[in-house]
Design a binder for this molecule. Structure first.
Ligand code: ATP
Length: 202
């Protein structure tokens, strides 16, 4: 069994969080991908985020029509920052005999050295790194610390050959705050309806 784990703030979830992951699933032959919306993201200290239950609901709605993609509440409830290494330890116990792939965007990969116990994390998973539109291989490698860069070329890291999707949650929030309609193809219709119903980003 091969399972992908994909953690994030998902504030809100958009197609950049879905289409590249579909490609990762196909390329790596993943049986399932587990999305982990994070209640308190460690990398956004002090930053205002939509309430966890709202981000969870949007993830569920976005994944309804996506067979093989499920959401898990493990990172919603710790009442403290959720560290990916703890989630991976949890899934290693609850999903024995499984190869775990941690799916992350290339911007997250560039920050890997700042993550809690990142070496332990890497010992338990393979990293599947998604391309983002601003990504250039040389530029990314220049941002990595030597010990993270040393993972490239080993079986611990694979770069997904995904079509870049130029949507970012930051840009989306900015547009929604102004009351503007996001361009077609940025996020699932149901998610947009939910955001509007509760005026999430205004
Ligand atoms: P923000 O703009 O709020 O920082 P974000 O999408 O970068 O949003 P998360 O919701 O935590 O933040 O992202 C979850 C994961 O999805 C991260 O690993 C991030 O790198 C990745 N990701 C986000 N947008 C894209 C995209 N357009 N293409 C590929 N990966 C993406």
């Amino acid at each position: 069994m091969k399972i992908g784990l994909f953690g994030g703030t998902f504030d809100p979830i958009h197609f950049g969080h879905i289409l590249p992951v579909k490609e990762a699933r196909a390329q790596l032959g993943l049986d399932r991908v587990i999305y982990l919306p994070t209640a308190i993201p460690p990398h956004k200290p002090g930053g205002q985020v939509a309430p966890p239950h709202a981000r969870w609901t949007m993830v569920e709605m976005a994944l309804l029509g996506e067979p093989g993609f499920v959401a898990d509440p493990f990172e919603l409830t710790p009442h403290r920052e959720a560290f990916t290494v703890d989630s991976v330890e949890h899934f290693r116990t609850t999903l024995p005999n499984t190869d775990l792939y941690l799916i992350i965007g290339c911007d997250s990969f560039a920050e890997l050295h700042t993550w809690q116990r990142w070496q332990d994390l890497v010992s338990m998973v393979k990293l599947a790194v998604l391309v983002r539109p601003d990504w250039r291989p040389g530029a990314l490698e220049a941002q990595l610390t030597p010990d993270v860069a040393a993972l490239i070329g080993t079986d611990k890291v694979c770069f997904v050959a995904n079509q870049p999707v130029s949507v970012s949650a930051t840009d989306l929030r900015r547009l929604l705050a102004k009351g503007a309609r996001p361009p077609e193809g940025w996020l699932p219709g149901l998610v947009l309806e939910y955001i509007r119903k509760y005026d999430l980003y205004r």
